[in-house]
Design a protein around this ligand. Structure first.
Ligand code: 3H9
Length: 692
């Protein structure tokens, strides 16, 4: 017997416990252990039932994703399920913690399922660009109906035990001892014949609901191969017998597993887990922060305070006067109430979080905090003053973080007089929802401070990526490279809708012009003016007082109270006038040209960022662009995408654009050119360790 599955007997029931930490992934050794457990059960006719269970946190997180790139080794999960289904005595899944992916599919293959009250169930394969590959798309609809099954398979969302019971996904919730309950269930159950594999019989109404849901999901996830496959496979449960559905599911899984989208999404899965951790040699053991102060109760400050409260810290929110502080608390209260209304929080949690929140108007109140996060207006003078005060008031060794998105962190750090304690924490808006935090390492930030900031980000269930000090840090610096090109494309012949649709078809949730309208065109104009940049189209639109959604007019127009961009003939005419004024003869612009001219400069800048050491690894950049800027996950982020294009091909394409458009912005970065010349991968080259 392998050590990943332990056997014991309770009464006449064999208990097989999966023990493959950390998440009970079903790797080859575990599958072998389960096979041997089922065989032991089959061979001992004295046994009345077999119970398969896992650890307290994980029944199983599913197939071992690291095995996907290797040739499959027997036994398969499908083979195990087949053995279970053929058993003439019952096999029961006893689920504590989570049953995910292939782990849930194994449980669905059992005759009965018993869960703890806090157990959770999900088929998250679509998040890896896959579909459940061992029966999930066939057995789940037969248990809970096709519409709920489709939602679960496409979203990958976790279903909590009470809802799972309601849906019929599990048969019982064990109120006390899970194993004792499963044993009782096992002793009393009959295995019954293997599930009749007939197609699901559903009413015309259910079929109609299924078709409507399928159409909605396909629209929402346009361009994602895995979602199409999920819909196709679940539909097969309605149309044909189990065996045919399983065969189709297997075929779709094999195709997706080899496909570019799944490779990209698996890359993202591991990149997200790799970033934001210092190597063990650079970590400094320290007490986790328990108290925090947030300076500034504006939108960012409130979002940061909520994230800290959610992570279980005591938080002091400091604002200019009592009225402003009280208003901030009121808004936080309302946000938590909204979360309760949506079922994402319970009343007890809200009370505990609000009890952990206090307010102050004097910065001296930061004296007790383990970590202080400044989130005031983006002005160097204001931030310098606050950090001077923090230098005096904050206790020794406290982490002093600035939420700056543009300013020179080294100057802010110098103002404190203790730059080793200062770090940047660039949150994205809305801060209590967005997971990305650029953790900015200043010239003097100590490794201890950096480590504490990263640990705090993890506790907030966010993803921290270490970046260096430069204009715009990594994300804004890279994405900024597309703005100038967008303006030039408008001059050359493109229109806002055409550019935005090219982006949404590529997979961004919104195009750059709709984003600009949402953020406010005056904001970008102020930045351009401070840098002496001229964008003829954007400047002409701002000159009309059209600042985007807030003035109901920008690149698009907006009906009162609506955020839906409507094409505006006035803007078309204006753009045409500006082109003429600049002596540009407008021409037809293809979608490919739009994407090349806007995305390749962004990717190119990524190579500069790496060369300068502003990010340590290509993964860091991919995570930042996907989580902070809507870069489609299924392309793996800009650096992974660059390797899919091929660095040589990318370099040549850029060189050609630089010549035809006579624009130095397309000159390939030195690092890109060097890697392409030497046939090297950007991933191998990137450094993981930070310079000490
Ligand atoms: C599948 O089942 C396909 C089948 O339908 C068909 C098969 C033929 N495999 O996230 P964490 C590692 S596809 C291998 O930091 P958490 C992870 O890399 C699978 N490794 O912890 C990390 O390693 P490290 C369907 C895995 O508590 C460590 O475990 N299942 C796997 O925040 C801890 O992970 C999924 O898609 C895995 N399946 O979250 C579930 N899962 O320490 C994917 C995790 O070296 N997993 N690891 O960095 C998750 O969603 C989260 O990891 C989980 C734990 C919720 C499980």
């Amino acid at each position: 017997m392998t050590t990943t599955v332990q056997l014991r007997t309770v009464d006449r029931v064999l208990i097989a416990t999966i023990g493959n930490p950390p998440v009970n992934a079903l790797n080859q050794a575990t599958r072998q252990g389960l096979k041997e457990a089922i065989e032991a059960f089959q061979n001992d006719r004295n046994l009345a039932a077999l119970v398969i269970t896992g650890s307290e946190r994980f029944f199983s997180a599913g197939a071992d994703i690291t095995e996907f790139t290797r040739a499959a080794q027997p036994p398969s999960i499908a083979g195990l399920i087949e053995m279970i289904e053929k058993s003439d005595r019952p096999v029961i899944a006893a689920v504590s913690g989570r049953a995910l992916g292939g782990g849930l599919e194994l449980a669905l293959g059992c005759h009965l399922r018993v869960g703890t009250p806090s157990s959770r169930y999900a088929l998250p394969e679509s998040r890896l660009g896959l579909l459940p590959g061992v029966g999930g798309t066939q057995r789940l609809p037969r248990l809970i109906g096709p519409v709920e099954a489709l939602k679960a398979v496409v979203s990958g969302d976790e279903i909590p035990a009470p809802r799972a019971l309601e849906l019929g996904l599990i048969d019982q919730i064990a109120q006390d001892d899970l194993i004792a309950t499963a044993v009782t269930v096992g002793m009393g159950a009959k295995a019954g014949p293997p599930r009749a594999g007939a197609p699901l019989t559903v009413s015309a109404q259910t079929r109609e609901a299924f078709d409507a849901e399928a159409a909605r999901l396909l629209r929402r996830h346009r361009g994602q191969d895995a979602i199409e496959a999920c819909v196709q496979a679940v539909r097969a449960a309605l149309d044909g017998p189990l065996e045919a559905g399983l065969a189709l599911e297997r075929e779709l899984f094999a195709k997706l597993e080899k496909g570019a989208q799944s490779r990209a999404m698996r890359h993202m899965f591991f990149a997200e887990r790799r970033v934001g951790k210092l190597p063990a040699s650079q970590r400094v053991p320290q007490r986790p922060a328990s108290t925090a102060a947030v300076v500034g109760g504006g939108m960012m400050g409130r979002g940061i305070a909520m994230s800290l409260l959610d992570a279980g810290l005591q938080v002091t929110l400091i604002d200019v006067d009592e009225t402003a502080a009280a208003k901030a608390v009121e808004t936080i209260d309302r946000q938590y109430q909204r979360a309760i209304d949506k079922g994402a929080l319970d009343a007890g949690q809200k009370t505990r979080r609000l009890q952990a929140l206090s307010t102050a108007v004097d910065i001296a109140a930061t004296a007790e905090a383990d970590v202080v996060i400044e989130a005031v207006t983006e002005s160097m003078a204001v931030k310098e003053k606050i950090f001077q005060q923090l230098g005096r008031h904050a206790r020794a060794g406290a982490v002093l973080a600035s939420n700056t998105s543009t300013l020179d962190l080294n100057r802010i750090a110098a103002a404190s007089g203790r730059p080793g304690d200062v770090v940047g924490m660039h949150f994205f808006s809305p801060a209590h929802i967005m997971r990305l935090v650029e953790v900015i390492r200043g010239a003097d930030t100590s490794l201890q401070t950096l480590d504490r900031a990263l640990e705090l980000v993890r506790r907030m269930k966010k993803i921290g990526v270490v970046v260096g000090v430069c204009d715009g840090f990594v994300g804004n610096r890279m994405i900024g490279k597309r703005s100038q090109q967008v303006d030039r494309l408008l001059l050359d012949g493109a229109l806002p809708r055409q550019i935005d649709e090219a982006f949404t078809r590529f997979g961004f949730p919104m195009g750059p012009l709709a984003v600009n309208d949402m953020a406010g065109l005056d904001v970008a104009q102020a930045v351009r003016q401070s840098r002496g940049q001229v964008f003829p189209v954007a400047d002409a639109i701002c000159a009309l007082g059209r600042y985007g959604q807030k003035t109901q007019a920008g690149y698009y127009r907006y009906e009162p109270g609506s955020r839906k961009p409507v094409d505006d003939p006035q803007i078309t005419a204006l753009i045409e006038r500006v082109s003429a004024g600049q002596g540009v003869e407008r021409r037809e612009i293809s979608e490919e040209e739009i994407l090349d001219r806007t995305l390749l400069p962004v990717i190119n800048e990524g190579f500069r960022v790496l060369k300068e050491g502003m990010a340590c690894h290509a993964d860091d950049i991919d995570v930042i662009l996907v989580h902070g800027y809507g870069w489609p996950r299924w392309t793996g982020g800009p650096m992974f995408h660059a390797e899919q294009i091929g660095l040589r091909a990318l370099c040549d394409k850029m060189q050609k654009l630089a010549e035809t458009l006579d624009d130095p912005a397309f000159e390939p970065a030195t690092l890109l050119r060097a890697l392409a010349d030497e046939g090297l991968s950007v991933r191998e080259l990137s450094r993981r360790d930070l310079p000490a």
